[in-house]
Design a protein around this ligand. Structure first.
Ligand code: MG
Length: 404
């Protein structure tokens, strides 16, 4: 019986493989472009024996997945947590669920292109680990507080501090002792740093492009949150269907297709179909455009990707325009919507208030944070402490600071 059902499934798969493809499969990139599991990028600061059956980058993914900072992503706002009715919704994305969505997309893209999927997954899992509580409003408030001390807040650099220092799980070293490839990707996935302004990052090939596995993450992040934020915006009632249809060209295109195909379906399901197709179209475009750019550049090795005049992972110009248009819509109607204003102001007040509270008496910080004030100064250490907090913990501290 079991054997028969297996046979049926197997045959169905065969049939699907024989069907004419709706989209062309992307060209798999030359093998030497992928980051190798052995070599310089797989090295760690503290030498460890190789694992019998896990690659170095798969081990890094596991180390991140088991880290405390990773678990705290569950308690951090992605865009918002409270509905306009002031109720907390359990369906809205947190930084954790967003991160898992980015990991899923990144793994798919890396696999389809023949890149190192384990490295792409590790980078996706860490890409938001340096974000403070309260989403971008929290990040802005923290950066603002630091500016008064001649410093700034950068979530990529903060992520590097977390994985190289704050996480303490291992008896032999501080931090997670991640591979060079993952540490390089953490800082370079979304921007380039110069060695003039960041001499401390000199070991991370600052004059070179990052590998494609890292270049992809900025785009898979954009793809994940663009579609997810439209869904969360609609679910929360902050956005409505006709507004999104009229305001987002990509959504309009795929919604009409869904309406034509499922005339009787509920509007909510049609919206989901449209979002599903938008995600698929963005990922497919990223695959084909990246393959095309690599082919045009003539790059056949990682070294050549590193020395290409520009990053090679990209959306096509037409899709990039559609993406930018949708993002512009989200900024105007969702991220900066009047319904969000109160939450943004609250975030600013809490972060600025707590920053001042700990700066006034750094003795209020936990002992292991105080220890580093002598070398790094109080402003950076207070920031480290605040940035690590979840939304609920920062609220507790805020209430405590005001009660005292
Ligand atoms: Mg992200």
């Amino acid at each position: 019986m079991a054997r028969n059902s297996f046979t049926v499934r197997y045959n169905q798969t065969e049939e699907m493989n024989d069907m004419p493809a709706h989209t062309h499969l992307p060209a798999v990139l030359p093998a030497a472009i992928a980051v190798a599991d052995a070599g310089a990028l797989a090295l760690r600061v503290h030498t460890e024996p190789q694992h019998a059956y896990r690659t170095p980058f798969a081990r890094d993914s596991a180390r991140i997945l088991h880290a405390r900072a990773f678990r705290r992503l569950a308690g951090k706002t992605q865009v918002f947590t409270r509905l306009p009715s002031d109720q907390v919704s359990d369906h809205i994305r947190s930084r954790l669920t967003h991160t898992l969505e980015v990991a899923q997309i990144s793994r798919t893209v890396a696999q389809a292109l023949g890149l190192n999927a384990a490295l792409a997954e590790a980078l996706a899992l860490t890409h938001d680990i340096g974000h403070p509580p309260f989403g971008h409003a929290g990040e802005k408030a923290l950066d603002h507080a630091l500016k008064a001390h001649g410093l700034s807040f950068d979530h990529n650099l903060h992520a590097l501090r977390i994985v190289t220092w704050f996480e303490q799980r291992y008896a032999g070293f501080r931090g997670l002792n991640l591979t060079l490839g993952v540490r390089e990707g953490i800082i370079k996935h979304s921007r380039d740093y110069s060695s003039a302004t960041h001499p401390e990052l000199a070991g991370y090939f600052l004059d070179q492009r990052p590998p494609l596995e890292a270049q992809l993450i900025d785009l898979t992040d954009e793809i994940a949150y663009l579609t997810a934020d439209l869904e969360d915006g609609l679910d929360s009632g902050i956005l409505n269907l006709s507004q999104v249809r009229d305001g987002v060209e990509l959504f309009r295109r795929f919604l009409s297709q869904a309406q034509a195909e499922y005339a009787a379906a509920a509007p909510r399901l049609l919206a989901n179909e449209a979002l599903r197709q938008i995600l698929n179209a963005l990922v497919t475009d990223l695959l084909s455009e990246t393959s095309a750019r690599v082919a045009r550049s003539g790059a056949a090795t990682l070294e050549q990707v590193r020395h290409a005049p520009m990053r090679l992972a990209a959306l096509s110009p037409a899709m990039e325009e559609a993406r930018a248009q949708a993002k512009h819509f989200l900024y105007a109607n969702f991220y900066n919507a009047p319904a969000m204003q109160e939450a943004h102001e609250h975030a600013g007040e809490v972060i600025a208030g707590l920053f001042a509270y700990f700066m006034e008496d750094p003795g209020r910080l936990p002992a292991d944070h105080q220890f580093h004030i002598a070398t790094e100064g109080p402003a950076r250490i207070v920031t480290d402490y605040l940035a690590g907090m979840t939304d609920s913990y920062v609220e507790q501290c805020w209430a405590h600071s005001r009660a005292g």
